[in-house]
Design a protein around this ligand. Structure first.
Ligand SMILES: [Zn+2]
Ligand SMILES: [Zn+2]
Length: 454
């Protein structure tokens, strides 16, 4: 079991807390299990995208039709090859050892994770039930429309497949540019990481492979994020009128939320996010199967999607109900989410897409990727000049915005990219708005870990 290597600076109240930050060679069988589960999730998305949209008729658009078919076959080969590559990377870096507690961890930890997932769904019930109600109303409108005006434009199937494929390919193209940039500057990447707490961690595998592994993790993670949506769309076959009703519902709800200031759902998300994240760093099952991949790469935007690992992303799409919302809106939001995730995880300064965004939004999440447990939540601005948020639980555990680790990172940024005026003071100033509640020592997952979570 790894202990928090940055406990001195960021974990003052429970410096001996046993938490999971990196995989060990004994985790190999659990890691394999996680990749098998990721394969199943990605396979479901792949199957759902098997048929091109009806508009892409074989006789009308033969080139596009065969491009779709070839792309679909190629995606399967790429997916299978990528997962095998991740297995090889795991073994090359740390070897593989037998795990005598494998069955107990899977059974006990799996049951515990399911109950935790149930708690996350329950925590987000106000939003998911609202989305479900909107979706049922949209379906009812569609049924009425189909009986009143059968065969009209509005009752035709929405070609959701190109929307999803574009949503996936646009950030992936950007990620590929990042891959080329990181490969071209891999000596620089190594040079930066050798000055960091990851110095020992990067040994054992070439930087070329570290970079490619981060890229592969990011692409697979993106696919896992959207799988519940893709499967849901394929199963429920949305029409234009249903999508129009969902779009209308989204706009009305958001305007009401903004102007009348009622029903704000984001605090629910932040609370769930924190609980989920804390659990993932203390439960061996949750870490090795669900969250560990997010920490198993160099700290680069290459591996980032929505601040989560592959299966964690799938779970989040499920408990947050993204699949129930308007297809156009959600897929647009996914593009934004993934671009933002890639930019605010670029913790290796001096390589594209550079770390200026990290500095602009003053995020302290960088420490979490350089081996520190805290902050587990967002200590960050979400926009350049917005309020500075922090999670109450991080602060109650003694996290201080002005600490040695974050000063080290600011110095690193200054060295390789320079700092805008007052950036240092802005980052070290710390949160002005608190999210969530500080949990007491009885329910605190970090403390109760010693009680024996699997
Ligand atoms: Zn984490
Ligand atoms: Zn992260």
């Amino acid at each position: 079991m790894d202990t928090n290597p940055a406990a001195d600076a960021t974990n003052k109240r429970d410096p001996k807390a046993r938490v999971l930050i990196q995989y060990r060679k004994e985790d190999f069988s659990l890691y394999l299990l996680s990749l098998a589960a990721i394969f199943v999730v990605c396979f479901l998305a792949w199957r759902a995208l098997r048929s091109p949209p009806a508009e892409l008729g074989k006789s009308d658009f033969p080139i596009l039709f065969s491009a779709w078919e070839w792309g679909h076959r190629g995606a399967f080969i790429a997916l299978s090859g990528s997962l095998v590559y991740l297995v090889i990377c795991f073994v090359v870096r740390r070897g593989a050892a037998r795990d005598p507690s494998f069955t107990r961890t899977v059974l006990r930890g799996g049951a515990s994770y399911l109950s935790y997932f149930g708690a996350l769904c329950w925590g987000a019930r106000r939003r998911t039930l609202r989305l479900l109600a909107f979706w049922c109303v949209a379906l009812a409108i569609e049924r009425v429309w189909v009986t009143r005006a059968p065969g009209s434009f509005w009752t035709r199937q929405l070609p959701w497949q190109p929307i999803v494929v574009a949503q996936f390919l646009i950030p992936t193209a950007f990620r590929t540019v990042m891959l080329v940039a990181h490969l071209a500057r891999r000596d620089h990447v190594r040079g930066v990481l050798e000055q960091s707490p990851m110095k020992r961690w990067i040994k054992g595998m070439s930087m070329w492979n570290h970079v490619v592994q981060a890229y592969v993790t990011g692409v697979i993670c993106h696919l896992c994020l959207i799988t519940p949506c893709v499967v849901f769309y394929a199963a429920t076959r949305p029409t234009y009128v249903r999508e129009a009703a969902l779009l209308f519902g989204y706009i009305v709800w958001n305007q009401c939320e903004r102007r009348l200031r009622f029903g704000a759902e984001m605090p629910i998300f932040f609370n769930n996010f924190y609980k989920d994240h804390a659990n993932c760093h203390v439960s061996r099952f949750a870490f090795t199967i669900v969250h560990g991949h997010h920490h198993d790469t160099i700290p680069s935007g290459l591996a980032a999607v929505a601040d989560s690992a592959p299966l964690e992303s799938t779970a989040r799409t499920l408990w947050w109900g993204w699949f129930l919302d308007s297809i156009l809106i959600i897929n647009f939001q996914f593009v934004w989410l993934v671009f933002r995730g890639m930019h605010n995880h670029q913790y290796i300064p001096g390589v594209f897409p550079y770390s200026r965004y990290v500095i602009a939004i003053c995020t302290h999440h960088v420490l979490h990727h350089y081996g520190s447990l805290y902050p587990l939540g967002f200590v960050s601005r979400f926009t350049r000049d917005g309020p500075f948020y922090g999670h109450a639980n991080d602060l109650s555990h003694g996290y201080e915005a002005d600490n040695a680790k974050i000063r080290w990172y600011i110095d690193l940024m200054e060295k390789y990219e320079g700092l805008p005026p007052h950036a240092r003071e802005r980052i070290l100033a710390g949160p002005t708005v608190l999210l969530g509640e500080a949990v007491d020592s009885v329910t605190d997952p970090i403390r109760t870990y010693s009680a024996g979570g699997a």
